[in-house]
Design a protein around this ligand. Sequence first.
Ligand SMILES: CSC[C@H]1O[C@H](OP(=O)(O)O)[C@H](O)[C@@H]1O
Length: 368
Amino acid sequence: MKVDGKHFRSIWRERDGWSVGAIDQRRLPHEFVIAKLTSCEDAAVAIRDMLVRGAPLIGATAAYGMALAMREDASDSGLKRAYDTLVVARPTAINLKWALDEMRATLAPIDPLERAEAAYARADEIVEQDVEINRGIAGNGLKLIETIAAKKPGETINVLTHCNAGWLATVDWGTATAPIYLAHERGLKIHVWVDETRPRNQGASLTAWELGHHGVPHTVIPDNTGGHLMQHGMVDLAIVGTDRVAANGDVCNKIGTYLKALAAHDNGVPFYVALPSPTIDFAVNDGIRDIPIEQRSGIEVTDMTGRTADGRVETVRIVPEGSPVANYAFDVTPARLVTGLITERGVLKPDRASLAAAFPERIAAGAE
Ligand SMILES: CSC[C@H]1O[C@H](OP(=O)(O)O)[C@H](O)[C@@H]1O
């Protein structure tokens, strides 16, 4: 989407035809820095250290990581080494394994001499597919926003979102933000309540940054505010992203999503989850029991980074030395709290039958 009027994607193949450019999301919102990935290891570290993050973007980065790997060593052992290096970079977003399985299915059967070119071609396809899918999510989500707008003509539609499921979490458009961007571009009066999303503050640092640069009205709120807003009729609907949807419709997303879903359910606020079909995992039948929840370094809880009054970017400690911390990066919202799943093929009920009917091809993948 736009950054100071110029269109950007979150990741791209550079003009040299082989290296990969990506926005270093660890530096936002204070610095706009472009990173250059030139090896499979660079791609793995970028995912692990969250230079890039967001389920679809993690998948796209892994796809280019495989292409970078094939430049280095296109042998069968090189292919296996690249897959094994990338697949463990982060455990929760299923898009990582989905992308790597897609790349391996393309590369394993062909001559190693052809693998590098084929890898870049398939990675480019995955990138373009993500953009097209998100455009589909935008259109299907827009219908929900328009339905609400028709009931309150002339008034602003207030959407709450958690973490960053914006264009920075994908290649472009985002998932949860895709309907928001489209509604804004169609002239609907829309405003976004942006959960700051502790501890990494993807909402405050990334969602607010991208909405602001695209001109979408928004307000950053502490994570604990959403329930109050919902109690007072200040939220028309919630739209969040997801890192993995189980076959039973359970939704894994950034920590804190479950609490927002509970507040929405208690106040009759529609709670939607936007996702591209690669995020569906038919191999998991019970999300709460079986989706692996990443635990990240406690430093993300004890320390905060920001800009000082004189413009320096500094990191400070906010937790007493010696106080233990826990940093669960995701939680799982049970399907019963989800109003609907906004996908590229329509808005679905959060259940196996609806997911299977819309995406039969994902069932086969889940059975592998
Ligand atoms: C469109 S997927 C976005 C999803 O990914 C985020 O996690 P992280 O920033 O740790 O990669 C968060 O769960 C978002 O909802």
